[in-house]
Design a binder for this molecule. Structure first.
Ligand SMILES: C[S@@+](CC[C@H](N)C(=O)[O-])C[C@H]1O[C@@H](n2cnc3c(N)ncnc32)[C@H](O)[C@@H]1O
Length: 195
């Protein structure tokens, strides 16, 4: 198997940092970046770190949780590399990476906002992203316990939980209806307001 390599300095992630549309983007709105507000976010499913990096680019402090050791190690290397580059070092300084299962770690973090993005069924994406997502899928499988993670997130988050999910997917079984949705081209964000 190829190595999973994560790159915050060049390629698609860098492009999104420079031309991505700022706080108007669906993810930024979903976590509550509105009217100058910049919430602290716990990304309970860090994966390739793209969402966390984007939120940190927009000024949020982000705690990333990843349970797969190989994926965690690739993230740690990417964060360290980006910490040595002028354009990205202030961004990754806002990112804190933890290894473990978010179901166990979330209660101790008392988070305001939790982002949950479990593995989705395959979908069409640009070639590079597709290759990385294929590798990630080989490494971590299907995240069949995503509903359980959502339950824990809903219990722990003080302000909101955001579930990133394919646009046309059925609601997750056993999870209440979201407060609202932000629907993009292929992805939707189900937002559950708390408190
Ligand atoms: C679809 S990927 C997330 C992609 C990420 N949002 C990004 O922007 O790159 C899902 C990741 O969450 C991790 N994961 C799933 N359930 C988890 C849990 N309960 N605790 C920690 N990590 C989890 C998986 O190992 C996988 O790496």
């Amino acid at each position: 198997m190829d190595d999973l390599s994560i790159d915050f300095i060049s390629g698609a992630v860098d492009h999104r940092r420079r031309f991505g549309g700022g706080r108007g983007q669906a993810l930024a709105r979903a976590v509550g970046m509105k009217g100058g507000a910049t919430p602290d976010v716990v990304d309970a499913t860090a994966g390739l770190g793209r969402d966390a990096f984007l939120l940190a680019t927009l000024g949020a402090r982000v705690t990333l949780i990843e349970r797969a050791p190989t994926v965690h190690a690739a993230l740690a290397r990417a964060i360290a590399r980006a910490g040595e580059v002028e354009e990205t070092k202030a961004i990754v300084a806002r990112m804190t990476l933890l290894q473990g299962d978010a179901r166990a770690l979330l209660p101790g973090l008392a988070p305001d906002v939790v982002l949950v993005d479990p593995m989705h069924p395959p979908r069409r994406t640009r070639a590079l992203v597709k290759q990385q997502m294929r590798l990630l899928r080989e490494l971590v499988g299907q995240d069949d316990d995503a509903a359980e993670l959502m339950q824990v997130a809903l219990e722990c988050a003080r302000k909101r939980v955001v579930l990133k999910w394919p646009r046309k997917a059925e609601p997750m079984p056993g999870i209440p209806a979201p407060s609202h949705q932000i629907v993009g081209k292929s992805t939707r964000y189900d937002v559950f307001m708390r408190g």
